[in-house]
Ligand binder design. Structure first.
Ligand code: SF4
Length: 351
């Protein structure tokens, strides 16, 4: 068994590398040029977003912030504005905070050290390894969502990968398959295999370079592994927002506190409970929106008013009256962007 395992271990990487040369992605924006900063930004964006969506955001972001020093020196508002629409804004806040630490503690260069990277805001064990492997071409073991799926199937690891015992088993499988050489190519190859062949639904086993010894395939279980997250009911929350517009059509926005949902983003003022808004003339409200976060669903309703005074509940120093065009330039939560872009009476261009 030990001998056979060793053979499979080496051939897994070799088959994957050969496949990647022919079929892998070699034209991703962060591959050309490839440096530690660009790999880092791409890895953070890819944590919760698909490659197709990340491409354009990545190009815009790195055009605006081409290196660690520029990102560290930028106001957080600019970083959030550039991230606007990608969601999971903690990623942008962490990128910014980590850039400042890299300038202060590492002379502005990403450390070529997994533990040092792992200690920076927003960088976990797998992301640190992905940076080391791809930017510095040194052996480091990754286990992102795509890799978990490939390995869970190839080794027939049962159970939901979010469970610590299952995750430990997957780290073990990742460790024993990662070769000593070709770190950058192997890392890209296994991520590409997960994205293009061993897909969440409908894995294309006939086109897979490691199909011969894939246990899930041998057992006909590739559609059941990895096990889905156990069902849970998402808690529902309600929130009411004020769309207050003055005679010139400007809208009142308020910056959210740094912690909590949409931390640091600009938003319509949130009204507490069923409180009456003692200001302005009522206008037809925009339609309600249900916005789903990872851990709850937010049912958003809107109170649309015409009025010129900032309500007492809104702190003057965190509020601004803006035209919708000015507002759309800011870092905004996606549903707020939708509301502002479709407000009736908006005279000017869409972005
Ligand atoms: Fe995934 Fe199928 Fe390849 Fe197994 S054979 S790793 S299930 S694509």
């Amino acid at each position: 068994m030990g001998r056979r395992q060793a053979d499979n271990t080496s051939s897994f990487a070799e088959r994957l590398l050969a496949w990647h040369q022919l079929h892998g992605r070699h034209d991703l924006p962060w591959q050309q040029p490839r440096d530690a900063y660009r790999v880092w930004v791409s890895e953070i964006m890819l944590q919760q977003t698909r490659v197709e969506t990340v491409r354009d955001y990545f190009k815009r972001f790195t055009a605006r912030f081409p290196d660690v020093a520029t990102l560290a020196a930028a106001p957080l508002d600019d970083v959030l504005a550039c991230w606007s629409g990608l969601g999971y804004y903690a990623r942008a806040r962490n990128l910014h905070a980590a850039a400042r630490r890299i300038v202060d503690e590492f002379n502005g260069r990403l450390p070529n050290d997994t533990d040092a990277l792992n200690g920076l805001p927003g960088i976990g064990r797998s992301t640190a390894a992905a940076i080391i492997a791809q930017a510095f071409d040194r052996r480091a073991v990754i286990l992102d969502g795509n890799v978990k799926r490939v390995l869970a199937r190839h080794a027939a690891v049962e159970g939901w990968p979010g469970r610590p015992a299952v995750e430990r088993a997957l780290w073990h499988e990742a460790e024993r398959r990662t070769p000593r050489h070709s770190a950058a190519a192997y890392t890209q190859a296994i991520m590409d295999l997960g994205a293009a062949v061993c897909k969440p639904r409908g894995p294309e086993c006939a086109a897979c370079p490691v199909a011969a010894d894939c246990l899930a395939r041998q057992r006909g279980r590739q559609h059941e592994i990895p096990q889905a997250r156990p069902a849970r009911t998402l808690p529902e929350r309600d929130a009411r927002f004020l769309v207050l517009r003055d005679r010139r059509g400007r809208v009142l926005l308020e910056r959210r506190p740094p912690a909590g949902i949409w931390g640091g983003l600009w938003c319509l003022p949130e009204l507490s409970g069923g409180a009456e808004v003692p200001i302005g003339r009522t206008l037809p409200p925009p339609n309600p929106i249900r916005h789903v976060f990872s851990h709850f669903a937010l049912n958003m309703t809107f109170d649309h008013r015409r009025g010129n005074r900032t309500p007492p509940a809104v702190a003057e120093d965190s509020a601004r009256w803006l035209t919708t065009e000015q507002a759309l330039e800011l870092g905004l939560p996606r549903p707020i962007r939708t509301i502002l872009a479709t407000l009736p009476g908006r005279k000017t261009r869409d972005r």
